[in-house]
Design a protein around this ligand. Structure first.
Ligand SMILES: *[C@@H]1O[C@H](CO)[C@@H](O)[C@H](O)[C@H]1NC(C)=O
Ligand SMILES: *[C@@H]1O[C@H](CO)[C@@H](O)[C@H](O)[C@H]1NC(C)=O
Ligand SMILES: *[C@@H]1O[C@H](CO)[C@@H](O)[C@H](O)[C@H]1NC(C)=O
Length: 529
């Protein structure tokens, strides 16, 4: 262990010395404040932040947008091209990054996404991007299907833009303004709420001591703190960015430009048809199993996991018979609500939808004897529509209150959080994940056999305001989720990987994607219809 760590830090040090703008004292300061805590068994926020050190931006100096990575100037080429590729083989693509002046970049940190796809076959898969930290990148694809394959590599953000996003994110909690509405009898008052308010005024503080959760509102004019009824939010007008930083995030400087493969842009691969398809004979999907990247691929618009056997759960009969006798909880944001809305299509005879539909929904299928409940997660929500405080508890509290009635009944929980956290410092999200981790452990100890799933964040629109909602924030949050939940007995539904493969970039993926996410989930739950 010690030996391993020595090597690790040597490499780390070596890297920093090559960054001209980082002084040794800066490094030592950084190191001492990010030292891992070996003596604590319980995973801490610092541990998780430390584990992401290679994925957080490295500080490098730049003077103008001209110094930032340019998709147009950079090159993508096939590594060791072959005349023939076989299904199951890897295909490596090398990205050599240059700035707008055409100069070779000497450090890493660019945010790149890669995919291979075959439109005629409705097939696609993401690639695994490896940063060599020297301006070159490897994007590794797995050739899952035979046929003509095209490659696309997308520079989502230059490393300079990524630094900018990180700086802005970590700077403050105030990129979103929350407004609380207090109601008592016929009186209504509003006041500003947030994670960090100026303490010069009287505050109403809402704390969850056990889980370390906190937010506050300025005390309303006359009503008491506990009369808080709803919360809404809006983007704050100011930006934390300089004009140059803003330029880095304008359309011209991110996502729009594909890095052209200088070889034929659309690469035709002659693939051997005789090779056994890789998904044949795969093991059952079992919670706790490791999920590789890519975690699967689309073929004929159906998603096949690369590590376990996905089953065709696409019709009412197979879906409802899988859910039979189960008590199912979907906890999380509106992408989780999409799941219950999707399942509602398959409930013909015995449905009862409950709740406002904005904070919670319930399906009870008496015929197949199952219930599904969706509940939103606790603060923060980013929405102009007021959210009922009483109806949006922290998920950890919701998990604690789960009860089973019959001995036979099986509890199933799916959690999806992330999109509403992108605008706040990463520590806030990590803290939430850690309290979820503890709640999952408590639940699985209390109700044996409880199955828990984590649905990762999917990608969203390019038109989303990048400073607050960039997919780079989502990427980092997904890495944090894998770190926090990776060693638990949970199953992952990698919505990120699916939406990168499908090139959707929609915060609410289409029903076709949701159907495939659901099929992965049910494949863990039931193995066969
Ligand atoms: C960057 O690092 C990779 C992996 O170590 C290496 O193959 C490549 O040649 C390096 N590129 C440059 C420009 O040094
Ligand atoms: C808070 O109050 C102190 C003392 O009255 C004052 O010096 C300070 O400027 C105030 N801070 C803000 C942000 O208003
Ligand atoms: C429904 O499921 C519960 C728990 O599995 C069981 O106790 C109950 O008897 C079932 N009811 C019917 C009608 O099958």
């Amino acid at each position: 262990m010690a030996h391993k760590l020595n090597i690790f830090f040597c490499i780390f040090f070596f890297f920093f010395l090559h960054q001209e703008n980082i002084s040794t004292s800066h490094f030592l300061h950084w190191f001492s404040s990010h030292r891992p805590h070996f003596t604590h068994k319980e995973l801490t926020t610092e541990d998780v932040m430390f584990s992401l050190q290679w994925d957080r931006p490295m500080v490098s100096h730049w003077n103008s947008v001209q110094d930032s990575s340019s998709a147009k100037q950079s090159t993508v080429s096939l590594d060791r091209p072959q005349s023939r590729y076989c299904v199951g083989e890897n295909l490596d693509v090398r990205v050599e990054m240059r700035d707008h002046k055409g100069q070779v970049k000497r450090h890493g940190g660019d945010f790149i996404l890669g995919r291979i796809y075959s439109p005629k076959l409705q097939a696609s898969a993401s690639g695994l991007v490896t940063d060599h930290y020297n301006g070159s990148y490897r994007v590794r694809f797995t050739l899952f299907w035979p046929g003509d394959v095209q490659i696309s590599v997308l520079l989502m953000h230059s490393s300079e833009a990524v630094q900018t996003l990180w700086r802005s994110r970590q700077l403050n909690y105030k990129k979103i303004k929350h407004t609380g509405t207090f109601v008592s009898r016929n009186k209504v008052e509003t006041s500003e709420c947030g994670f960090q308010l100026n303490t010069n005024q009287s505050l109403c503080e809402y704390k969850d001591e056990r889980d370390g959760e906190y937010y506050a509102c300025y005390k309303p004019a006359s009503l008491p703190c506990d009369s808080i009824d709803t919360m809404s939010s809006a983007n704050t007008p100011g930006s934390a960015l300089t004009n140059d930083e803003k330029l880095l995030l304008t359309c011209d400087n991110f996502f729009k430009k594909f890095i052209a493969v200088p070889l034929p842009l659309s690469l035709s691969l002659s693939l051997s048809l005789s090779v056994v398809t890789p998904y044949k004979g795969l093991q059952k999907c079992i919670p706790g199993m490791k999920s590789p990247i890519p975690s699967g691929y689309f073929f004929g618009s159906r998603w096949f996991s690369s590590s376990c056997k996905t089953v065709n759960f696409f019709d009412a009969e197979s879906i409802n018979s899988c859910l039979k006798g189960k008590r199912i909880y979907f906890n999380g944001d509106s992408t989780m609500r999409q799941w219950i809305q999707y399942l509602n299509h398959f409930q013909k005879d015995f449905k009862s939808l409950d709740g406002t539909g904005f904070s919670s929904m319930i399906i009870a299928n008496h015929h197949s004897n199952f219930t599904i409940q969706w509940k939103n997660h606790g603060h923060p929500w980013i929405t102009v529509r007021p959210i009922k405080i009483a109806e949006s508890r922290y998920i950890s509290r919701d998990l604690d209150s789960i009860k089973v009635e019959g001995k036979e009944e099986q509890v199933v929980v799916v959690i999806s959080v992330g999109q509403h956290f992108r605008a706040f410092p990463l520590e806030l999200f990590v803290r939430r994940l850690l309290s979820l981790r503890r709640a999952i452990q408590r639940l699985q100890t209390r109700i044996l056999g409880t199955q828990v799933f984590i649905k990762l964040e999917n990608t969203r629109e390019f038109s989303s305001e990048q400073e607050r909602f960039s997919d780079w924030h989502g990427h980092l949050q997904n890495l944090a989720q894998k770190k926090v939940f990776g060693d638990l007995n949970v199953g992952f539904i990698d919505a990120w990987d699916m939406t990168v493969a499908a090139n959707t970039f929609r915060v609410h993926p289409s029903e076709a994607i949701v159907a495939n996410e659901m099929a992965v989930f049910l494949s863990y739950l039931c193995h066969a219809p």
